[in-house]
Design a protein around this ligand. Structure first.
Ligand code: 9YT
Length: 130
């Protein structure tokens, strides 16, 4: 069994900080369960173009308000506590935080802990040429 506390792990190298967001990666590839689990905070008033070409991602909004745009279709979906989205088609998307948004995120395959976004908004697959 693995038990971890966000209140503890947010003060370790599990916390990754980037432009307009930060994320505490509570579960990673080396935990060996086939997915990773992150608590990500999107900072208020920021927007992000992400495209996880190499991963499926599921996101659940714990707190805050914003929106997600499907770039392929132009559809915009409001995000508020209780909303989940899954990028089951590796959808390119624009995520906007009207307020700070706290999101629980699952990645399959799991991230290793070192990823930051590439130029195209994706995370590389481990071992793949960048
Ligand atoms: C909400 C969202 O897209 N989260 C992605 C994961 C986060 N950027 C991380 O842990 O790298």
């Amino acid at each position: 069994m693995i038990v971890r506390d966000l209140n503890v792990e947010k003060n370790t190298t599990r916390k990754v900080e980037s432009k307009g967001w930060d994320s505490v990666r509570l579960l990673l590839k080396d935990d060996g369960v086939g997915f990773s689990f992150h608590i990500t905070t999107i900072h208020a008033g920021t927007e992000h173009l992400f495209h996880y070409k190499n991963h499926f991602e599921c996101v659940y909004c714990i707190s805050g308000n914003g929106s997600i745009e499907n770039i392929a279709t132009g559809e915009v979906h409001p995000i508020h506590p209780g909303v989940m989205y899954v990028l089951n088609e590796h959808d390119r998307h624009r995520l906007k935080g009207d307020t700070e948004m706290v999101m629980a995120c699952v990645f399959n395959p799991p991230v290793t802990g070192r990823e930051v976004h590439l130029e195209d908004g994706s995370y590389a697959l481990e071992g793949a040429p960048i």
